[in-house]
Design a protein around this ligand. Structure first.
Ligand code: CAA
Length: 259
């Protein structure tokens, strides 16, 4: 797998956990054109690499996860360029959400605007005690453009999403956990606790995890139950289903092959 990028650092450990770090610390890891190009390529190569079992996304330095889209870069944009910018953001973040492997955002500081939206595209979010999250786009005369208007209400409800987006106010880690914007606040090291959670997921049957992600993504849609039934049924053809049920009946731990 290619691990060399201008704006990202990629590391893979023995457990198959890939840590992808957005690496523009002097700009609080703001998402510019190059970050999107790199993310697009990196997520494809993570998808294709069977050695990678799960992904953690975090930010470089101790101050920020990602402080948003790069404001300087789009400050002179006109309508068409801005619409395209938003659409590219949607495509790349959807690719993260669609990755058939669990993705955790280790939110290690400011996660604002597009940075908060990047965290929302991950399957789970763990915040450091110092994390600060928010969608301050209205203070720039904008609305969130990388998916928050769609993903945020699913997590925190429409009223809280409207409150956060219309006030543009920041939420500290504890509030973020309380409203469901993050799954939990790390007691100590956010990266280690993200790895620990990912390891507990990776002990389970991989295709079941993938199907769980696909099914839960459709919650609230008219085809959600049909999707669940199909994905549930598909799992009965897997070796991991045989192994999981046999291990239960034999009172031993399962050894999943991911097949
Ligand atoms: N875009 C471009 N540069 C950014 C940036 C961003 N979103 N956020 C921070 N930076 C840069 C700063 O310009 C500064 O660069 P210089 O040293 O070259 O001046 C550097 O990062 C450090 O930032 P600060 O000096 O501002 O650090 P601070 O500690 O005083 O403040 C902060 C931290 C509160 C996060 C502040 O940087 C801030 O408010 N950043 C912008 C947050 C924001 O509005 N995000 C939303 C962006 S719009 C968006 O994301 C649209 C969308 O939905 C697609």
């Amino acid at each position: 797998m290619n691990t060399s990028y201008q704006t990202l650092l990629l590391e893979i450990d023995d457990a198959g956990i890939c840590v992808l770090t957005i690496n523009r610390p002097d700009k609080l890891n703001a998402l510019n054109d190059q970050v999107f190009k790199d993310l697009d390529k990196a997520v494809s190569s993570i998808e294709e690499d069977d050695e990678v079992k799960g992904l953690i996304i975090t930010g470089s330095g101790d101050k920020a996860f990602v402080a948003g889209a790069d404001i300087k870069e789009f400050s002179e944009f006109k309508k068409d360029q801005a619409t395209k910018l938003s659409q590219r953001g949607h495509r790349v973040f959807q690719k993260i959400e669609d990755l058939g492997k669990p993705v955790i955002a280790a939110v290690n500081g400011y996660a604002l605007g597009g940075g908060c939206e990047l965290a929302l595209a991950c399957h789970l979010r763990i915040a450091s005690a110092t994390a600060i999250m928010g969608l301050p786009e209205v203070s720039l005369g904008l609305i969130p453009g990388y998916g928050a208007t769609q993903r945020l209400p699913k997590l925190v409800g429409e009223a809280k999403a409207l409150e956060l987006v219309m006030t543009g106010r920041f939420a500290k880690a504890d509030e973020a956990a309380q409203i469901g914007l993050v799954n939990k606040v790390a007691e100590e090291d956010v990266l280690q606790e993200s790895k620990a959670m990912l390891k507990s997921i990776l002990k389970q049957a991989p295709i079941a995890i993938k199907n769980a992600i696909l099914a839960i993504r459709e919650s609230g849609s008219s085809s959600g139950y049909e999707t669940e039934a199909n994905l549930f049924g598909d799992l009965f053809n897997t070796a991991d289903f045989k192994e999981g049920t046999t291990a239960f009946l034999e009172k031993r731990k399962p050894d999943f092959s991911g097949k």
